[in-house]
Design a protein around this ligand. Structure first.
Ligand code: GRF
Length: 209
C-alpha cells in the first residue's frame, strides 16, 4: 500500500501540523504531507521543516478559493487537514473533496462551534471540555465526528490554561486519526463515522482522561 497524500492548511502557529508531520514519519502510518498551504504569509507554521511544498495564497475569499482549488486539483490529495486554518471554505470546495477534508476544533462538538471556544466554555461553566476531529461539511463545525478527547475543567482554570490542556489532546488525537485514515479504517456512512480500530487506540484514550 502506498502512502496517502496529505495537504495541511494552516493560518498560524502550526503545532498540529507538526504533530501530523511527526506521525507521517512513523513506519506504521503510510502517509506523507505533500504540501502545506497558508492564507497567511506570516504564519509561523510555514517555518516548520519538511519535504513538503509550501504554498502561500493571498487575496480575498474568491481569489483565494479559486487558487486553492486549482492547487488541490493539481496536487490530488487523498486527505486535506485543516489545522488552525482560519477561513471558512465555500461549498464548491467542500463538495469536490467530500469526506476528504478534516478539521480539529477545540471543543466537544456540537457545543461551542465557531470562535472564542475556550472562553465560552468557561463562561458557560461546563465541567468537561476537549477537542473534536471531524469531517468538514457545508455547515460550520458540523460535519461527521471522527474522534473526541475530553479533559476535566479544573477550578480557577483560565482560558489560556484550558487552551493549553486541549492543545495537548489535539496533538495526540489528530495524529491517531491520520494513522487510522491512512490505514483506511475510517468510514463514513449516512453522515456517521465508523472506525475500525481494533487496538481501540482512540477509545482507550478517551476513557483514560
Ligand atoms: C488549535 O487549537 C485548533 O483546535 C484550532 O486552532 C488551533 C490551531 O493551533 N482550530 P496550531 O496552529 O495547530 O498550533
Amino acid at each position: 500500500m502506498g502512502n496517502i497524500k496529505i495537504i495541511v492548511l494552516i493560518s498560524g502557529r502550526g503545532s498540529n501540523l507538526k504533530a501530523i508531520a511527526e506521525e507521517c514519519k512513523k513506519k506504521r502510518t503510510p502517509a506523507e504531507i505533500i504540501a502545506i498551504i497558508s492564507n497567511n504569509e506570516f504564519a509561523s507554521g510555514l517555518k516548520i521543516n519538511g519535504k513538503f511544498k509550501k504554498i502561500v495564497i493571498k487575496g480575498k475569499k474568491k481569489t483565494f478559493e479559486k487558487e486553492l482549488q486549482t492547487n488541490l486539483i493539481k496536487l490530488k490529495p487523498d486527505l486535506i487537514c485543516l489545522a488552525g486554518f482560519m477561513k471558512i471554505l465555500s461549498p464548491f470546495i467542500i463538495k469536490k473533496w467530500k469526506n476528504k477534508i478534516i478539521n480539529v476544533h477545540p471543543s466537544l462538538l456540537p457545543s461551542f462551534k465557531g470562535l472564542d471556544t475556550h472562553k465560552r466554555a468557561l463562561e458557560t461553566g461546563v465541567k468537561i471540555s476537549g477537542c473534536t476531529i471531524h469531517f468538514v461539511n457545508e455547515s460550520l463545525d458540523e460535519g461527521p465526528i471522527i474522534a473526541q478527547g475530553a479533559i476535566t475543567i479544573k477550578k480557577n482554570m483560565s482560558s489560556v490554561d484550558l487552551q493549553k490542556e486541549i492543545l495537548k489532546l489535539e496533538h495526540i488525537i489528530y495524529p491517531k486519526v491520520i494513522h487510522l485514515f491512512s490505514k483506511k479504517k475510517i468510514l463514513v456512512k449516512q453522515n456517521k463515522v465508523f472506525i475500525n480500530d481494533k487496538n481501540k487506540e482512540i477509545n482507550k484514550f478517551i476513557k483514560n482522561v
